[in-house]
Ligand binder design. Sequence first.
Ligand code: N01
Length: 534
Amino acid sequence: MNQAPSPSSHFDVVVVGAGFAGLCMLHRLRKMGLRAKAFEAGSGVGGTWFWNRYPGARCDVESMEYSFQFDEELQQEWRWTERYSPQAEILAYLNHVADRFDLRRDIQLNTRVDSAHFDEDASVWNVRSSDGGTHTASYFVMATGCLSSANTPKVPGINSFGGSTYHTGRWPHEGVDFSGLRVGVIGTGSSAIQSIPIIAKEAEQLFVFQRTPNFSVPAANRPLTDEEVERVKSNYGELRKMAGTMGFGFNTRSNEGSAFDVSEEERRAEYEARWKMGGLPFLGAYGDLILDEKANATAADFVREKIRALVDDPAVAEKLTPNSILGCKRLCADSGYFETFNRPNVTLVDIAEAPIEEITPNGLRTGGTTYELDAIVFATGFDAMTGALLAVDIRGRGGVQLRKKWEAGPRTYLGIATAGFPNFFMITGPGSPSVLTNMVPSIEQHVNWIADCMTFLQERGETVIEAETGAEDVWVSHVNEVASATLYPGCNSWYLGANVPGKPRVFMPYLGFPEYVVKADDVAAKGYEGFARG
Ligand code: N01
């Protein structure tokens, strides 16, 4: 149900986005008795799971954990069917949440927020929406997700292509039938690695244009049995609590020790066991895998061997084998990705040395060769973490634009607020653990923090809160310092903005879960230390 636009209304809170973050925020604000409104660009709720409908899209965090915990009945009644949920099931879950908590009446679909300007005299946000609506709000909350602003490279001739083009993050709702077609997939990140095995089965010919090979481990997805679902549900609260203290969730133990604390045989056995178990906890095998290059090489070499064993043609295997740090770009989890290159209809095109020169009416040219194509899939990722925030013209005190303030990279306090922008909150913003954690609990943590902060102000009759520049500076330095003690800054990942030409190279998420939660709680307990209130 789409509410009629309300051209000039006042809300306690305007929320942008109706994915996991927006729905959760709206629900909490409702419970507090606040008048809130969420604007959503899509024609349905679901955020990332509304847009990313490419073949094979599923979450690589286990479904029993990639779900809300704010309502015991909700988590008891919903039945996840697979270890890793497919996109359609997560979208169905989010629609269920929207209905169950009657959230739709405060969500306006098909509407973008174009601008939000803070009026210092009135202490309100003036918000303009794409339907021509103008609204005022005491608080402005961006719940726009970390990976929502699609990145399509500016390849010359892109508009001349006679076939169809798609972006994995903007997939047609009616699906795409690739049967009998010559398809090109550009990119080999998580989205490509999930979709390539499925597209390969359908298409007549598939060309994969790879700029950088990626590490991937088997997902080992499977249906969930009633027994394992029951085991979790009978102890959900405790397990969730435990997950709050663990990097990879309640199902997986992370070893804190060094890869060199054990013998080579033991190490191999550990990698083998994690490979078999499947999924991203492979990286939790040892505590120094992302800190020490030599330790990392033990795990990376293990995966390289696996790739060579999975791919029949040694020359193709070599091209598919990354020579980089394992986990430095986000690790992928796949279902038959490397094996797909054994199919006779699949060709790997290495574009590392010779980038795509041009898209022509009939295909794509690289390295002097033209590949004739009927469809091109851009699996080229996102303008991560800041893209969606900066897509809105957000202006704080003195009319300063967020875009201007963040010209050299995002600056936040706790990844929740930014100095000069009073009563403005970001859910899982840059400078928070966000994408390095299970997003759903991190979203809930931020939602609770923001809501508690509003309650705190309300109880004291205060109306304005703003991060102090000093606290922000200290936080930004801390985030950078922690990142630079790891191997993360050393590769061209989207964590660093390296995938978007011209984007400042700054490590955006905060590497500090679960300590971050303690820190954020402590800030709140000290009366929002580092924030000015009034
Ligand atoms: O995007 P990516 P994604 N010419 O940025 C290539 C989450 N996610 O959508 O590495 C040629 O990882 C680029 O090459 P390079 C997850 O957090 C989760 O796949 O920059 N190639 C790269 O290969 C994930 O990490 C799930 O050299 C170009 C690819 O495109 C994040 O979303 C599923 C290019 C982009 O890879 C993003 O994943 C899907 C160009 N001009 C996504 N520009 C799960 O839960 C870019 N590339 C499983």
